[in-house]
Design a binder for this molecule. Structure first.
Ligand code: MN
Length: 314
C-alpha cells in the first residue's frame, strides 16, 4: 500500500525521565486577524503529556469588530480546550451546541471521529480578549469515538500559601476538574501573589511544561518570560516559584504520551491516508455536519501538497 505524501508534523513525547528546565521559543503566527504565539508544537515537534497544541493570544483591547472570528472548520482525533483570562468567546458546533465561555470556565470539545466548530467574539463583549487554546491528542483506543461538547462554567480553584491554582483539567493540589479526558492529564492556571513564594505539588510520573501568561516569575533561580515554553521533565513531586512581583502561569502535563501522532491542519491522526480521507470528507461535505449558527462561509481545507504545512485553525 502506498501512502500519499503529506507535510504533516509527526509529534512524539518529550518523555525526559528526569527534572529539567528547558526553554523552547514560541513562534508568532496568525489566526485570521488575531496575532498568536504558538507554543506547541515546538521545533522538535513534541507533546507534553497528551497536550499537542498551544496557542496564546492577547491581551487585546478593541472597540469594534471581532478579534476572534474562526469560521467553521473540522477536527478529528483531538479535544480542544479553551481557557480565557479575560473576555469572552462563543463556540458553535455541528452537534448544535452553543457555548459562551468566560474567565474561570472551560470549554472542552471532543472531536473524536469528526466535528466542525466555529469560534468568535460575541456581539456583546467586554472589549478585551486574553486566553489560550489547547489541543489534547486522543489515545488510539478513543480517538474515533463520537464527538461531544462539554462546558464548565467554573472550574475548581484551590487557595495555596502564596497563590491560587485554577484546575481546568485533571487533578492538582487536591482539586479535580470535571472536564472529561481520555488520558491522565493536568491543566491549570496558577496565580502567584506578589512578594510570595508558591510551592505546588506535582505528580512525579507526569511530565510538565509552563507558560508565563503575565507578570514575572522565577523557577529554580531562573527568570522566565512569556515568549518561551518551559519544559520541566518528569520526576518532580513539586515545583517552587520564587518571590517576585506576582505572576499568572499556565501549567500543562501528563504521563508521556505513548504514541506518535501526525498533525496536519486541524487533524490529529496516525497516517497520511487518514488525513487525506478527513480532508476529502470535509471538502465533500461528508462526515462533519454543518455549523448552522455561524453566519458566513466555512473554511476550505488547504491543498494536500508535500511541502507546504498549513496553518491550523485552532
Ligand atoms: Mn478549532
Amino acid at each position: 500500500m502506498t501512502s500519499i505524501s503529506v507535510a504533516a508534523e509527526e509529534c512524539a513525547a518529550f518523555g525526559q525521565r528526569q527534572q529539567v528546565v528547558e526553554s523552547f521559543p514560541g513562534r508568532d503566527t496568525n489566526l485570521g486577524d488575531l496575532k498568536i504565539l504558538r507554543a506547541l508544537p515546538i521545533k522538535g515537534k513534541r507533546l507534553v503529556g497528551p497536550w499537542c497544541f498551544l496557542d496564546r493570544y492577547g491581551p487585546y483591547t478593541f472597540t469594534e469588530g471581532k478579534p476572534m472570528d474562526v469560521a467553521p472548520h473540522p477536527h478529528i482525533g483531538l479535544q480542544t480546550v479553551t481557557w480565557l483570562l479575560e473576555g469572552e468567546i462563543v463556540h458553535h458546533d455541528s452537534l448544535g451546541y452553543e457555548g459562551l465561555i468566560r474567565p474561570g470556565g472551560v470549554n472542552v470539545m471532543t472531536a473524536g471521529n469528526g466535528i466542525a466548530h466555529a469560534e468568535e467574539t460575541p456581539r456583546h463583549h467586554s472589549g478585551v480578549l486574553n486566553g489560550v487554546q489547547l489541543w489534547v491528542a486522543l489515545p488510539e483506543t478513543q480517538r474515533k469515538i463520537s464527538p461531544s461538547f462539554q462546558q464548565i462554567e467554573k472550574v475548581p480553584a484551590v487557595d495555596l500559601r502564596g497563590g491560587v491554582a485554577q484546575v481546568f483539567a485533571g487533578t492538582l493540589a487536591g482539586a479535580t476538574s470535571t472536564a472529561e479526558h481520555c488520558s491522565d492529564i493536568i491543566g491549570a492556571d496558577l496565580t502567584v501573589h506578589p512578594g510570595s513564594e508558591l510551592t505546588l505539588p506535582l505528580n512525579s510520573s507526569h511530565e510538565h511544561a509552563l507558560l508565563l501568561l503575565a507578570g514575572d516569575a522565577e523557577i529554580e533561580g531562573q527568570t522566565i518570560d512569556e515568549r518561551n515554553l518551559y519544559y520541566l521533565g518528569t520526576a518532580r513531586s513539586e515545583i517552587r516559584f520564587g518571590r517576585g512581583a506576582g505572576a499568572r502561569l499556565l501549567l500543562i502535563g501528563g504521563p508521556p504520551f505513548p504514541e506518535s501522532i501526525l498533525m496536519w491542519w486541524n487533524f490529529v491522526a496516525r497516517t497520511p491516508d487518514e488525513i487525506a480521507e478527513a480532508r476529502t470528507a470535509w471538502e465533500e461535505r461528508r462526515g462533519f455536519g454543518e455549523v448552522k449558527a455561524y453566519q458566513g462561509p466555512r473554511l476550505s481545507a488547504p491543498p494536500l501538497v508535500p511541502l507546504a504545512r498549513p496553518n491550523p485553525a485552532s
